[in-house]
Design a protein around this ligand. Sequence first.
Ligand SMILES: Cc1cc2nc3c(=O)[nH]c(=O)nc-3n(C[C@H](O)[C@H](O)[C@H](O)COP(=O)(O)OP(=O)(O)OC[C@H]3O[C@@H](n4cnc5c(N)ncnc54)[C@H](O)[C@@H]3O)c2cc1C
Length: 462
Amino acid sequence: MITGEVLQALRELLGAERVFRDDATRALYATDETPKSYLPEAVLFPTTHEQVVGIVRLANRHLLPLVPRGAGSGNVGGALPAPGSLVVSFECMNRILEFDPADRLIVTQPGVVTDDIDALAASAGLMYAPDPGSGGYCRIGGNLAMNAAGPRAVKYGATRDHVLGLRAVTGDGREIRVGARTTKYATAYDLSRLLVGSEGTLALITEATLRLLPAPEAVASLRVCFDSDTAACAAVGRIMAQPVLPCALEFMDRRAIDAIREYGVADGLPAGTRALLMVEADGAADQLPRQIAALEAALAGAGLLEIRSGFTPADIARLWTARKSLSHAVKKIAPLKINEDVVVPVSRLAELVGAIDALAATWRLPIVSFGHAGNGNLHVNLMVHPDDADEMARAGACHDALIETVLGLGGSLSGEHGIGSEKRRYVARELDAETLALMRDLKRWFDPNGILNPGKKLPDPS
Ligand SMILES: Cc1cc2nc3c(=O)[nH]c(=O)nc-3n(C[C@H](O)[C@H](O)[C@H](O)COP(=O)(O)OP(=O)(O)OC[C@H]3O[C@@H](n4cnc5c(N)ncnc54)[C@H](O)[C@@H]3O)c2cc1C
């Protein structure tokens, strides 16, 4: 419980207008994209690194849990308040501090919207490559904490691959700078890579130095229809086995296609389409036709029904409509989706898709799968009615079996959404006891009193 003394200290530190305790604000910050809600004690809106240091030191002295938050678009409960916690919203730390095209970097506060970073880079012919689907509203601090990624990850990697350095505050209030401003750096332990993906459990990130790449001159897309999931997965294997690396390689299974047909955005998909790939290439304009020809050659094979290509922004946008409408389209199947974000080696993708089919039949559930095939990362959505106890029990068993399948294929629980509070119970199935013990030791080094985002990322010791 927050005391009057702590409240007063917070108001002196941040200004009274940046400390909220009213019911409406607390309710607004009680949720993220998970269907759960826990009221925080208060919501704080720091604007500077120094204020964050002050908050952490105060909270550490009074053993108050802190829950960092970007836009709250995470879907694993990473930003859900813990009991008695203070939410630290980074929305007002929303300034880009430096843009240096010569060093190809941007220095940013954590509350900047991801797409704004890419837009600024584009003004100088550069790009910030990570492109999560939520890029129009999620914040870079949330991306860093989750190691977010999007379709371009198949060619350019995830958030972690674009971080040069970070400024952060550990759970006991130490101010650290990790990494560098250079693309070569061999001095320290690579603590940037440790903090990226740590989900706010080790330190609060107050500044990031991000690496920029040259923006591609031209882009072209292919929408590729197949008569079966198996044929599409075989084509993914052929694409990844040849030298032209696409900048997106996305998969939709037959239930996803049924959903978009029903949603009315199938735009001339041939009859008999049971799986779809979106393939995109980028690079120098004069080399793009050669890249597209190589990709088309790799796509040719059993079960291929149709390839449509787009070379202009309007045509490309039209081809992507079905894939981009999917999140909304699946909502028509059932009111709740249990959304998994599993990842397997690309060579095992066909086995995963086949196993999901078998699970759907065994547990009598609609399961819609789509995602980033080029990374072996599938969003597997178990569509359920939360009021139907029998269906929910089947979904629980099916979910468990899915995780076993993924781990059996040499895969992992999460490709990009992270663990948060919602997937903690499965972590000990993937990580061995020694590795988990070392992670707990690291947590103690960074956050001896366990005040940073408790109940997230690491499973309960029991
Ligand atoms: C429609 C939709 C599409 C999506 N598409 C993608 C996608 O393509 N790829 C993908 O990876 N994800 C995707 N997501 C999930 C989500 O957008 C990402 O996880 C994103 O990185 C979360 O950013 P956020 O600002 O909303 O962070 P939040 O949800 O607010 O927080 C996420 C985590 O970061 C921590 N955190 C936030 N700021 C800081 C900080 N400064 N220091 C330390 N910890 C911090 C929080 O405590 C929490 O654990 C999608 C979500 C939706 C709703």
